[in-house]
Design a protein. Structure first.
Lengths: 354, 553, 243
C-alpha cells in the first residue's frame, strides 16, 4: 500500500465506510418501494449481463481470425418473438407493481393527520392543525399516517423526503396531496427537487420524526396560541363571511356546517365532493361554485387572502359540524368543536377573545 | 488481430481531384452551396463548436459540484450554466447531430439521388440553426438565462429577470431548422429513391432517420407555439399559463413535453440507424431481423407521441392518467429492447473485426442498454416518485443521450469519415479514444445513479456533504471523458492532410454510398444507379469485386 | 419551393425549370407538392396547440368565453370571412389561369388576392383598435370592468348578462387566446401577402404561365390553408355562443 498516496487512501476508506446506495428507510412505504427497486435492479442487471455475455461470446467465437466467412442469416421469428414477449412481460409486471405503489402513495387513508405545506421562493412553511408553524422543517410522529396538503405561492416546487420515498410537486393555484407514515425516529433530509430559481438548492430543510410523546411535547412547546381553525374563525368574521353564511334558514349563503366531505349539487347541476381543494376554489372563484338554490352574489376573495389565510379558513370550515350560528353569536370559550387534532382549550379561549 | 480495412496502394493512390470539396473554391461557394454534402460539413463544423461550448458548461458544472458548497460560482451563476448547458446541448447539438451531419450527407447517397429534394431549404435550415445558435450565445453573453432548458412556467414568465425571450426565440428558430431538415428527409425518402430501391431495400439508417423526421415535423411546431405563448406572457402579459389570471401552468407542461418527449426519440433514433450500419458492416452480416428493426423505429416514433405525461407523474396529473401513460411507456420500451437483441444476434456467426466505429458501437449498446433499463425505473409510476427530479434521472438521460447518442454520433463520424474526406484517421489512437470515452463516461455518470437513489436533487449548486464522494468520482470521470472527446477532434483534423488515402470502400460495406468515389462528386452519381442487390448483401459485394478483378485482369 | 432554373451549365436537355437533382419534371412536382403538404401538417400542429388551449379553457370558464365572444363585432367578422373566402376563390382562379397559361388573368387574380388579403388585415386592425379602447387587450391595461357592469343599451338595460367579478377576470384568458390565435393567423396572412407580391412581379414577367406552375399551385395550397384556419377561428371565437 506504500505507493498509494495517503490522501487518496483516506479518501477511499472514507468512501468505503460511508458507502450507501439507498437512503434510510423511515416510512411504511419505503420498504415497499425498495422491494420494487431491488426487483427492477436485479432484472436490469440480468438483462444487461445477458446482452454483455452474448456480445462478448459472439465477439470471441466469431471474430474474423476464427471465423473468416460470415454465414448470412435472415432472422428468426421465434427468437424475435421471445425477446419481444419476455421483456414486455417483465415490463408489465413492473408496471402493475409500480402502479399499485403509486396509487398507495397518492391515496391518503381516511384517518390521516393533515399538515399543510406552503412552498414559496425559497422556503417551505409547514402549518400544523394546532397552529404550529415551522419553516424549512417538518415534525411528524411515528405510527400515525400524515397527509401533506401542498400548495405553492409562486412557482412550481417539489417536496421530497428521500428517506420516506415520497415526493410531490407544490403547484401554484391548486392543492396536491401525498401521505406517509413514519416508522423510525430521526432527522432526515427535506429537499425541493423542482427547479424554482436562484436559491433552489437552499430550499432544503429537515424532517424530524419523533415518538408520539415527543411529538406532543413539541406541539405544546411550539404552539403559537392560535390553531388554524381559530385563525380561520377570525378571518371568517373579519371578512364578514358570517353575514351570509350564518347557518340561519333564510341565510343568503349556504349553511357551512358539515359541508366538508359532503356532496353538493351546483347550479349547473354538476355534483361535487367538498374537499379542501373545492373549498379553496369556492372562496377564490365563487361564481363557478354556486350551490343549487343560491344566488351568485358572493364576491371573490382572490388577492385578498394569502395561501396561509385560505388554509386557515378551510380548516375552520372543516371543523364546523354543528349549528354554528349559536357559536357566532356567543363567541366565547368552548366554541370550537373538537377537531381530529383536539386543539388545546386554553388557546381556544385566547383566540376567541381577540 | 485481423482487420477488415482494405486501402489502395498508398504509393500510387490519390484522393480524386474532382470531388464535392474541390468542385468550387472560396468561402462563398460554401456559404451559398446547395450541395447536401457541403451543408453536412457546415453543420459538422458548427455542431462541434456548440458541442464544445456545451461541454465547457458541463466542465464548470462538474467543477462546482466537486465540493458541497457553492464556492466556485454563486448559485445564480450555476443556474445559468446548467441552463445553457441544457439548451446548447439539446437544441444545438443533440437534436441536429446525426440527422443534420450524417443524415444530410448520406440520405441522398443511400437512396441513390443527386441531392435532397429541396437544397435551398436545406441551406436555409443551416442558416436558421446558426441564427438560433448565435442568438443563444448572445443571450448567454448578455446576462444568460436561468430557467432550466424546460422553460417551466410561471418561473420563466414571471419570476426570473434573465434573457428568457431571447433564448426562447433561439430555440424557436432552431426548431424551424429541424422541421425543414425533417421535411427534406421525408420527401427525399418517399419520392427520390433510385430505380429498384424499394422500402425494404433501404439501409436501416434511412428507416431510423425517416422515423425521426416524422417526429421533427409533427412535434416541433407544438413546442414552437408553447414558446411563443411564454414569450407573449412575459412581454405583453397575456394569461394563458398564469395561475393568477386563471391560466394553468400544467397546460404548458403538457405542450412542452408533447414535443420534448418525442424530441428524445428525435435524438436517439438516428443514432440507432448508425449502429445498424456499423454492426452489419463489421460483422459482415445482414442485420438480424431487418424488418423488425425497421418497424421498431417507426413504432418508437408512433408510441413516442403518447407517453409525454410520464414527465408529470408527481405534478398533479390524475392517478388514472398516470396509469395510462405508465403503461404506454412500458410499450415504448419494448421496441428498444428488440433493437438491442437484434443487433446482438447480428454478431452471431458473423466474421467480426474491431475497428474504431465498431468499438463505439459496442459502447453504444452497453450504455444504451443501461440507459434504457433505467428509463423503465422512471416510466414505472411508483418508482418514479422516488427517483424523478434527482440525479438518477440526470444519469439516465445522459446514458441515453451521451452514452447512446454521442457514442453513435462518434461511431458514425469514424465510419463515414473516409467517405466524407477521402482519408483515413490513425486507427490505433482512435481505438484508444473510443476506450477512453467509454471508461470516462461510466466513471462520470454511473455514480450519479447512486446519488439519485440516495435522493440528491438535480440542479443543486450546493448539496449535503455526504454526497461528496460520489460527486468527486463523477467529476474525476468527467475529466477522463473530456480527453476522450478532445482526441478525435485532434486526429480527425490531422487526418485531413496526413491521413492515408481511403479509396472508395475501405470497410467493404454494401451501401450505395460506398460504391462511388470518396469524397463523392458534387452530383454524387455519374449515372443514377439501378438497385438490383438486396440490402446488406455481402455476397453481391464479393461478386462485384471478383467481376472487377477479372475485368481489370 | 422556388423551382425555376438557375444558371445551368450542363448540356443535357430538359426543361429550364427542372432542377438538376431530379430525374424528371414529374418527380420534381410530386416532391414539391408532397413537401408542401408536410409543411401544412406542421402548421396544423402549430395551431393545434392553440386550439387545445382554447378547448380546455372554454370548458373551464364557459361564461367568460361567452361574454368575451359577445364583445366581438360579428358583422366585421362575417365580412372578413367573406373577404377571405373570396380571396381563396381569386387564388384558385390564379392557379387555373397559370395552368391554362393566361398571363393577364394570373396577374389580375394575384392583385385581387392581395387586395382582399390587405382588406382583411385592415378590418382586423379596426377590431384590434376597438379592443385597445375597451381595455380588452391582455396585459397591464386589461380591465374586466365592462363584464361586471356591462354598458347599457338605449333602453337603459345592460347589453349583456353581467358576470361575477371572479369569472369576469377570466375573460382575460379568452382575450389572450383571441389575440394569440388571430395574431398568429394574421402573421401567416402577412407572410402570404409578402410572397404574393413576389409572385406577382414574377408572373408579370411571364413566369408560371409557361406550363410550369408548381409554385403558384403550392402557394395556393398555403393560402387556402390560412383561409381554413380562419374558417375554424371565426365560429370558435365569434359565433359559438350566439343564439
Amino acid at each position: 500500500m506504500d505507493h498509494i498516496s495517503p490522501v487518496l487512501w483516506q479518501f477511499l476508506v472514507k468512501w468505503m465506510t460511508t458507502f450507501a446506495i439507498i437512503p434510510p428507510e423511515a416510512s411504511t412505504i419505503a420498504p415497499k418501494m425498495d422491494a420494487l427497486l431491488v426487483f427492477m435492479t436485479l432484472v436490469s442487471i440480468i438483462g444487461l449481463t445477458i446482452v454483455a455475455l452474448l456480445i462478448t461470446t459472439f465477439s470471441v467465437l466469431y471474430r474474423k481470425d476464427r471465423n473468416p466467412q460470415a454465414t448470412q442469416i435472415e432472422g428468426s421469428t421465434l427468437l424475435e418473438a421471445t425477446w419481444t414477449i419476455i421483456p414486455l412481460g417483465l415490463f408489465l409486471i413492473m408496471f402493475v407493481w409500480g402502479s399499485v405503489l403509486y396509487f398507495r402513495i397518492f391515496t391518503p387513508p381516511a384517518n390521516a393527520m393533515n399538515i399543510y405545506v406552503v412552498g414559496k421562493q425559497w422556503m417551505w412553511k409547514a402549518e400544523h392543525p394546532g397552529g404550529q408553524h415551522e419553516i424549512n422543517s417538518l415534525h411528524v410522529p411515528t405510527g400515525q399516517p400524515v397527509q401533506l396538503t401542498l400548495i405553492s405561492q409562486d412557482v412550481f416546487h417539489s417536496f421530497s423526503i428521500p428517506a420516506f420515498r415520497v415526493k410531490r410537486e407544490a403547484i401554484p393555484g391548486r392543492y396536491t396531496t401525498v401521505w406517509f407514515e413514519a416508522t423510525t425516529t430521526g432527522t432526515y433530509h427535506l429537499f425541493c427537487t423542482q427547479y424554482c430559481g436562484t436559491a433552489h438548492s437552499a430550499m432544503i430543510g429537515e424532517v424530524v420524526v419523533q415518538t408520539p410523546e415527543d411529538y406532543k411535547a413539541w406541539l405544546a412547546s411550539s404552539t403559537s396560541g392560535v390553531s388554524l381553525a381559530q385563525n380561520g374563525e377570525r378571518l371568517f368574521s373579519s371578512l364578514s363571511c358570517a353575514a351570509c353564511h350564518n347557518g340561519a334558514p333564510d341565510a343568503r349563503g349556504p349553511n357551512l356546517a358539515n359541508v366538508y366531505g359532503s356532496k353538493l349539487t351546483l347550479t349547473t347541476g354538476q355534483p361535487v365532493l367538498v374537499d379542501e381543494a373545492y373549498l379553496r376554489q369556492a372562496i377564490l372563484n365563487p361564481s363557478a361554485h354556486i350551490t343549487q338554490g343560491f344566488a351568485p352574489i358572493m364576491p371573490t376573495y382572490q388577492g385578498q387572502i394569502s395561501e396561509e389565510g385560505l388554509i386557515s379558513l378551510v380548516e375552520y370550515i372543516k371543523t364546523l359540524n354543528s349549528n354554528y350560528r349559536v357559536q357566532q353569536t356567543t363567541n366565547t370559550t368552548e366554541l370550537l368543536p373538537e377537531g381530529p387534532d383536539k386543539p388545546g382549550k386554553s388557546s381556544a379561549a385566547q383566540g376567541g377573545t381577540k | 488481430m485481423s482487420t477488415l480495412i482494405s486501402l489502395p496502394d498508398q504509393s500510387t493512390a490519390r484522393v480524386p481531384k474532382k470531388n464535392y470539396i474541390t468542385n468550387e473554391n472560396g468561402i462563398m461557394s460554401w456559404l451559398l452551396t446547395g450541395d447536401h454534402k457541403r451543408i453536412a460539413i457546415l453543420y459538422l463544423i458548427s455542431l462541434t463548436f456548440f458541442f464544445f461550448i456545451g461541454g465547457a458548461m458541463a466542465a464548470l458544472i462538474r467543477l462546482e459540484l466537486l465540493t458541497p458548497q457553492s464556492d466556485l460560482m454563486a448559485s445564480d451563476t450555476y443556474n445559468k450554466v446548467f441552463t445553457m448547458h441544457g439548451i446548447v446541448m439539446i437544441f444545438f447539438f443533440l437534436v441536429p447531430s446525426v440527422p443534420a451531419t450524417l443524415g444530410n450527407f448520406l440520405v441522398p447517397l443511400m437512396v441513390g439521388a443527386r441531392d435532397l429534394a429541396f437544397p435551398k431549404i436545406n441551406l436555409l435550415s443551416w442558416y436558421l440553426y446558426m441564427a438560433g445558435g448565435c442568438l443563444a450565445l448572445y443571450a448567454m453573453i448578455t446576462g444568460g438565462v436561468d430557467t432550466g432548458w424546460t422553460f417551466t412556467t410561471p418561473l420563466s414568465t414571471h419570476y426570473v429577470n434573465t434573457n428568457v425571450v431571447t433564448t426562447g426565440l433561439a430555440a424557436f428558430i432552431a426548431g424551424f431548422s429541424s422541421i425543414f431538415t425533417g421535411l427534406n428527409f421525408i420527401v427525399t425518402i418517399h419520392r427520390m429513391r433510385a430505380p429498384g430501391m424499394t422500402w425494404f431495400k433501404m439501409p436501416l439508417f434511412l428507416w431510423a432517420n425517416y422515423a425521426a423526421a416524422i417526429l421533427m415535423v409533427l412535434a416541433t411546431p407544438v413546442v414552437a407555439i408553447a414558446i411563443v405563448l411564454v414569450a407573449l406572457e412575459r412581454t405583453v402579459g397575456i394569461g394563458v399559463f398564469d395561475p393568477t389570471k386563471g391560466g394553468d401552468p400544467l397546460l404548458f407542461q403538457h405542450l412542452f413535453w408533447f414535443y420534448s418527449h418525442p424530441a428524445v426519440y428525435i435524438m436517439i433514433l438516428p443514432g440507432m440507424g448508425v449502429i445498424s450500419e456499423v454492426i452489419s458492416t463489421f460483422a459482415r452480416k445482414r442485420v438480424f431481423g431487418y424488418s423488425a428493426v425497421a418497424f421498431s423505429s417507426v413504432a418508437i416514433a408512433i408510441f413516442g407521441f403518447f407517453v409525454w405525461a410520464h414527465h408529470m407523474f408527481i405534478m398533479g396529473v390524475s392517478n388514472y392518467a398516470a396509469l395510462v401513460f405508465s403503461l404506454l411507456t412500458m410499450l415504448v420500451a419494448v421496441p428498444s429492447a428488440i433493437k438491442i437483441f437484434n443487433w446482438t444476434f447480428t454478431l452471431y456467426k458473423g466474421s467480426i473485426t474491431f475497428e474504431t466505429p465498431m468499438l463505439y458501437a459496442f459502447g453504444f449498446m452497453g450504455l444504451f442498454t443501461i440507459g434504457g433499463l433505467t428509463g423503465v425505473f422512471l416510466g414505472v409510476s411508483g418508482t418514479d416518485i422516488h427517483l424523478t427530479e434527482t440525479y438518477f434521472i440526470v444519469a439516465h438521460f445522459h446514458f441515453v443521450m451521451v452514452g447512446g447518442m454521442l457514442m453513435a454520433f462518434l461511431s458514425g463520424i469514424h465510419f463515414w469519415w473516409p467517405k466524407m474526406t477521402g482519408r483515413m484517421y490513425p486507427e490505433k489512437i482512435s481505438q484508444l479514444a473510443a476506450v477512453v470515452t467509454f471508461i470516462g463516461f461510466n466513471f462520470t455518470f454511473f455514480p450519479q445513479f447512486l446519488l439519485g437513489m440516495l435522493g440528491m436533487p438535480r440542479r443543486y449548486a450546493a448539496y449535503p456533504p455526504e454526497f461528496q464522494v460520489l460527486n468527486v468520482f463523477s467529476t474525476a470521470g468527467a475529466s477522463i471523458l473530456g480527453v476522450g472527446y478532445l482526441l478525435p477532434v485532434l486526429y480527425l483534423i490531422w487526418s485531413l492532410k496526413y491521413g492515408q488515402v481511403a479509396g472508395d470502400n475501405p470497410w467493404q460495406a454494401t451501401g450505395l454510398e460506398w460504391q462511388i468515389q470518396s469524397p463523392p462528386l458534387t452530383e454524387n452519381f455519374t449515372e443514377i444507379p439501378v438497385v438490383t442487390q438486396d440490402v446488406y448483401d455481402y455476397e453481391w459485394l464479393e461478386r462485384q469485386k471478383e467481376h472487377e478483378v477479372t475485368h481489370v485482369g | 419551393m422556388d423551382s425555376h432554373a438557375t444558371a445551368h451549365s450542363e448540356a443535357h436537355e430538359h426543361p429550364a425549370h427542372l432542377r438538376h437533382h431530379f430525374m424528371d419534371a414529374a418527380q420534381q412536382k410530386e416532391s414539391a407538392t408532397f413537401g408542401m403538404w408536410l409543411f401544412l401538417l406542421t402548421e396544423i400542429m402549430f395551431f393545434g396547440g392553440l386550439f387545445t388551449a382554447y378547448l380546455v379553457y372554454r370548458n373551464w370558464y364557459y361564461p367568460a368565453f361567452v361574454a368575451g365572444s359577445h364583445t366581438l363585432d360579428i358583422k366585421l367578422g362575417m365580412f372578413n370571412t367573406l373577404l377571405l373566402i373570396t380571396s381563396s376563390f381569386t387564388m384558385a382562379m390564379g392557379v387555373w389561369c397559370s395552368e391554362t397559361r393566361r398571363k393577364s388573368g394570373l396577374v389580375w387574380s394575384l392583385i385581387a388576392t392581395i387586395i382582399l388579403g390587405i382588406g382583411f388585415l385592415g378590418i382586423k386592425t379596426i377590431e384590434y383598435k376597438e379592443k385597445f379602447e375597451l381595455h380588452h387587450v391582455p396585459g397591464s391595461s386589461f380591465s374586466a370592468a365592462s363584464f361586471v357592469n356591462p354598458p347599457l343599451d338605449a333602453q337603459g338595460k345592460p347589453k349583456d348578462t353581467p358576470l361575477a367579478p371572479d369569472m369576469a377576470i377570466h375573460t382575460e384568458v379568452y382575450f389572450s387566446l383571441y389575440f394569440a390565435m388571430t395574431g398568429m393567423h394574421a402573421v401567416h396572412m402577412i407572410l402570404g401577402i409578402a410572397i404574393l407580391f413576389a409572385l406577382l412581379i414574377k408572373s408579370a414577367k411571364g413566369q408560371y404561365t409557361t406550363g410550369h406552375n408548381t409554385t403558384i399551385e403550392l402557394f395556393g395550397l398555403y393560402w387556402h390553408f390560412v383561409d381554413i384556419v380562419w374558417i375554424f377561428l371565426f365560429p370558435l371565437l365569434y359565433l359559438i355562443s350566439r343564439h
